[in-house]
Every structure is written in C-alpha cells, then in structure tokens.
Design a protein around this ligand. Sequence first.
Ligand SMILES: NC(=O)c1ccc[n+]([C@@H]2O[C@H](COP(=O)([O-])OP(=O)(O)OC[C@H]3O[C@@H](n4cnc5c(N)ncnc54)[C@H](O)[C@@H]3O)[C@@H](O)[C@H]2O)c1
Length: 360
Amino acid sequence: MTTISAPAVAHGELRGLVTRIVERAGFRDADAREIADALVEADLRGIVSHGVMHVPNLVKRTKLGLVRTTPDMKVLAESASVARIDADRAAGFIAAARAMDTAIAKARATGVGAVAVTNSTHYGMGARYAERAARAGMIGLALANATATMPSPGGARALLGTNPISFAVPGEGDAAAICLDMGLGQVTLNSVRDAAKRGRALPEGVATANDGTPTTDPAKALDGGFLLPFGGHKGFGLAVLVEVLAGVLTGAGIGRDVGSLFVDYDRAQNTGHFLLALDVSHFCSLEQFRSRRDFLVSWIQASPRAAGAGPALLPGQREYQTRRERIASGIPLPKETAADLAVLAEELGVAVPQSLRDAA
Ligand SMILES: NC(=O)c1ccc[n+]([C@@H]2O[C@H](COP(=O)([O-])OP(=O)(O)OC[C@H]3O[C@@H](n4cnc5c(N)ncnc54)[C@H](O)[C@@H]3O)[C@@H](O)[C@H]2O)c1
C-alpha cells in the first residue's frame, strides 16, 4: 500500500525530470531517455514498486560505481540464434533492452533469438523487455534473477529471489495482446519495505520471520526473514527455472550471490537476464497466428462469470487500463517519492516542475 498524493504529475513532465536527473548522474542522452521511459512506464501502469521511486537509489549506486553509466558491454559467445553478453554493470534497463534487440534480430533471421546477460543490475518492470519483442511482431519472454528472499518450502534460509517472469504476445497496435508480468513472491520486497515504513501489518501467509515461522510483521520479515513464493512448491519451482536460465546459464550470480539493491552497497549486484524472442512468421502464417490468438482472447473474455465478478481480464489488461487513465489524468505519485525526487533534482541542479512540488 502507498500513500497517494494529489495532484497528479503529468507523465511527460515526470519523464523529462527523470531524464535530466539521470543525465546529471552521467548517463548518455539515449540511455537516460531509456531509463526514464522504463521507470515512468511502470508508474503509468500502477506498478509503483518498480517506478520512479528507484531514481535516488539508482543515482546513489551510480556514484558508488555499482552501476556504470558508460559500460563496456561485450559479447562473450555468439551463434545464429544465441548470444551471451557481459553487461559490465550497465543499468539493467539498458542491458536488457539491448539484449532483447539482439534476440529480436536473431529471431528475425532464424525464428528464435535467445540472449543471456551476465554482470547486470536491476531491470525494474520486466514487461518492458517482453513487450519490445511483441512490438516487433514476436512472442517475447524476459526473465531475471533477483536478490535471494525466498526459502524452499518449509525452509529457513533465503535461497532465491522473487525472480520475475514477463511474457508478451503481439497485438495489433503497440500494446501487447497478452502481457503476463509477475514476480514469484506472494508480494514484492518493495511492498514489505513500504509496509514497514508505514507501520502496517502484512497479509497472512506472505512472509516468515528468520526462523521460518509465519509473520505478519514486516520488520521481522525484513530482519533476516523471508518472502514466500506464490503457489507454494510450484512458485518455488518456477523460481528455480528462472534461476537456471538467468543465473546458471548466463554466468551471473546465483541465489545469495545476487546483491541486494537496497542493502549491499559494497558489491555489484551481478544479476542475470534471459531474453527470448520467437518470430511467429517462422512458425505459421501471420493470418493463422492472429486468428488463433484472437480466438484465445475472446474465449477468455467471453467466458461466463461468477455472480458479482467483474469482466474476465487477460494478463496485462489491468495495467493497460491504468496506463490509459494515467496518461489522461497524470500519475498520482506517493508523496514520499515526489519529495525524494524534488530533493535529488535540487541537489543536481535540475529544475523541479511545479506539479512535482505540489505532489511532494
Ligand atoms: N526486476 C526485478 O527484480 C523484479 C522482481 C519481482 C517483480 N518485478 C516486477 O514487479 C512487477 C509486479 O509484479 P507482481 O507479481 O506484483 O504483479 P501482479 O501480481 O500485480 O500481477 C501479475 C500478473 O497478473 C495479471 N493480473 C492481475 N489481475 C488479474 C486478473 N484479475 N485477471 C487476469 N490477470 C490478472 C497482471 O496483468 C500481471 O500480468 C512486475 O512488473 C515484475 O516484472 C521485478
């Protein structure tokens, strides 16, 4: 839960502000715009936990050399459909976008492009990379391993992160027809941090204390405790799957070797990403694909509903609806985020828009 402020900030203004802040932090023009787009896009969709609230920490990590503004990204291995890239501590937003572009180019030629990225950093909302493939008419999958916060079922040691899985299917316009974008924890680490800050209890069954006993106290969960995977052993199994592709295969950190974004300031994160693009046209005609995709979408949307339930949603629809609303009426930033951004902008000599001052 977050405190929502009024009035809202227009997305263009917010994007401009974040672009200028990250430019001052040393990122080049196009990279600064890519980072700002990625963060503002998350806020537009209501994914506050992966939006512009990350800017101060990104700038801090940049100053410490834990994120490089002008990384020397290198291809470590390459064949027609596959590449492995060392991101050289690039911002994950940049590393994953470039890696997906490479996957798309390979898929265009061979039908499949798979790119593994090592030595990277936090990439925020994973939908961004899967959708890059969807906009190119391809099915996209983006995986990343994250700081270890989840035990195995019944365990009392954090083994794996809430390793996000993001999957997008091309639609007719810019928006994907389907965009599943999820972390594997019952809740995100950021929402536990937020609950702790605000003195709120966690829902039952989402976290444990450091001895593995269930807790609703966010402070206990953060003090060496654990987040629980959704779906018990099944969610844990998916986290293992992501760890194999984004950690083992890439050469990045595995489990506890992946540095924590908000705790470890003495070592690079060394997270890994795995980006996959499938060019539909190599599998079947585009007409066949469209018609079969549209059948699936309408099969779900037209399904009977239980009394009182709203319409059936496809993965991604809820976020696209929020995006439309926020493009029209602005982003209701949490007060604290607006205040943090205003302070940081002033420190860096960046003009603060009045709407952000009003929201702070
Ligand atoms: N970079 C990282 O290390 C990291 C780690 C974890 C999560 N994340 C990101 O956090 C974000 C939030 O993840 P989350 O797990 O809290 O997502 P969530 O639980 O809010 O949503 C998960 C998915 O369910 C879909 N959905 C929601 N309600 C639905 C409904 N009624 N019917 C059908 N589908 C529905 C959503 O569209 C979404 O695709 C994602 O962008 C993810 O990429 C990033």
